[in-house]
Design a protein around this ligand. Structure first.
Ligand code: CMP
Length: 139
């Protein structure tokens, strides 16, 4: 059975470029219900913990530097078959490969600064949501 919850972050470059509101609007217009939302800044250590699954990858240090370089928005989203629906909606990891009109095509500037993160499995969505939100903070 596939779950109805995914987790997303709006990354620092998209925030710096003034695209927070437009990205949230696109998410809502795409039929995703916002269950929890917060603006915060990750420390380097928190970014390393969040992306620990990538710790052996050559881009890990740069990615975690970038993700702790400024404010982000973290959110829990609900939609039927949320993981796949949101991954299709945001587009390919590399904005250069993302389908026209997707969030990453619209607002991503590099594979690292690809505008938004999206969970890759139901299990990771729960872990990632729990990284930022207590159950009390879900509507
Ligand atoms: P995200 O969905 O946040 O999950 C892991 C992130 O690692 C991914 O988006 C990209 O921003 C980043 N990433 C993946 N592959 C590369 C790469 N080859 N070089 C730099 N960053 C990458």
């Amino acid at each position: 059975m596939t779950g109805n919850i995914t987790f997303t972050m709006i990354k620092p470059k998209a925030m710096e470029n003034g695209n927070m509101g437009k990205i949230i609007a696109q998410i809502i217009e795409g039929g995703f219900k916002i269950k929890a939302l917060k603006l915060t800044t990750l420390t380097k250590e928190q970014a390393m913990e969040f992306y620990a699954v990538h710790k052996e990858r050559p881009f890990y240090d740069g990615l975690t530097d970038f993700m702790s370089s400024g404010p982000i928005v973290a959110a829990i989203l609900e939609k039927e078959n949320a993981i796949k629906a949101y991954r299709d909606f945001i587009g390919a990891t590399n904005p250069a490969d993302a389908a026209e009109g997707t969030i990453r095509a619209n607002y991503g500037t590099s594979i690292e600064a690809n505008a938004v993160h999206g969970s890759d499995s139901d299990e990771n969505a729960q872990i990632e949501a729990g990284f930022f939100f207590s159950k009390r903070e879900w509507v």
